[in-house]
Design a protein around this ligand. Structure first.
Ligand code: PGA
Length: 253
């Protein structure tokens, strides 16, 4: 299955950089590229319309970095899922660990946001992952299973959401789990999701999409993307430079 590559610019980037990035990615991916790989960019929200137009001739999709659980209303400063959809997004990140830690997002809130995203025609990329302390205490799988149980909307089917396994300690740190550790956690996530939403056949289970994120760089992407159970990558820092992100996209299937 074609892998999914998501660029998460976080609160970085500005109009001139976004235009250069779009021009470089379109050039690097080439005129013949028909979107065999799924490539998504999640810029700060004010850059979405500009990127929508700069990428109009390409197969690169757009995503938001967050959405509110309500479709509209008196929520100053928030961004609604229907509006993300209306300006051309196909995806939205929900429950990124920075939002869980800095904005007080609980798994219950993440579940509501993911449900709203699905109802609005977006694919939520639900982020989960353990802290360094939880890992040191041997709680990684337990924490992740609980996050899945609490963050996954009721009745969601595998095609309607993406999970991103992002160990909190690996984000922006240059540290990554071993390939065996990534394989083990991804297998556990897939098994838990399958059980939770009632998938039985290998074909159904094969539709569960689990990205790895946390210090993915041009020099480690190939190995990470080759790990069983890794359906793609969620890239922060290294996605800001088109050359680096392109190298990552080129590294996998
Ligand atoms: P990083 O961030 O690639 O800079 O570690 C990943 C993320 O936060 O999604």
């Amino acid at each position: 299955m074609a892998k999914l590559y998501i660029a998460n610019w976080k609160m970085c980037g500005e109009p001139a950089m976004a235009l250069q990035w779009a021009e470089a990615m379109v050039r690097l991916l080439g005129a013949t590229w028909q979107g065999e790989k799924q490539v998504v960019v999640c810029p700060p929200a004010p850059l979405l319309p500009l990127l929508k137009s700069a990428l109009s001739a390409s197969s690169i999709a757009l995503g938001g970095q967050n959405c509110h659980a309500q479709p509209e209303g008196a929520y100053t400063g928030e961004i609604s899922a229907p509006l993300l959809r209306a300006v051309g997004c196909d995806y939205v990140l929900v429950g990124h660990s920075e939002r869980r830690a800095l904005c007080g997002e609980t798994s219950e809130i993440v579940r509501q946001k993911a449900a709203r995203a699905i109802a609005s025609g977006l694919i939520p990329v639900i982020c989960i992952g353990e802290t360094a302390q939880q890992r040191a205490e041997g709680q990684t799988l337990e924490v992740i299973q609980q996050q899945i149980d609490e963050s996954l909307p009721e009745g969601a089917s595998a095609q309607h959401f993406v999970l991103a396994y992002e160990p909190v300690w690996a984000i922006g740190s240059g540290k990554v789990p071993t390939l065996d550790e990534i394989a083990q956690v991804h297998a556990a996530i897939i098994a838990h999701v399958a059980q939770r939403i009632g998938l039985a056949s290998p074909a159904e289970i094969g539709q569960v999409t689990v990205l790895y994120g946390g210090s993915v760089k041009p020099d480690n992407a190939k190995d990470i993307l080759a790990v069983a159970g890794v359906s793609g990558v969620l890239v922060g820092g290294a996605s800001l430079k088109a050359d680096d992100f392109y190298t990552i996209v080129e590294s996998g299937a």
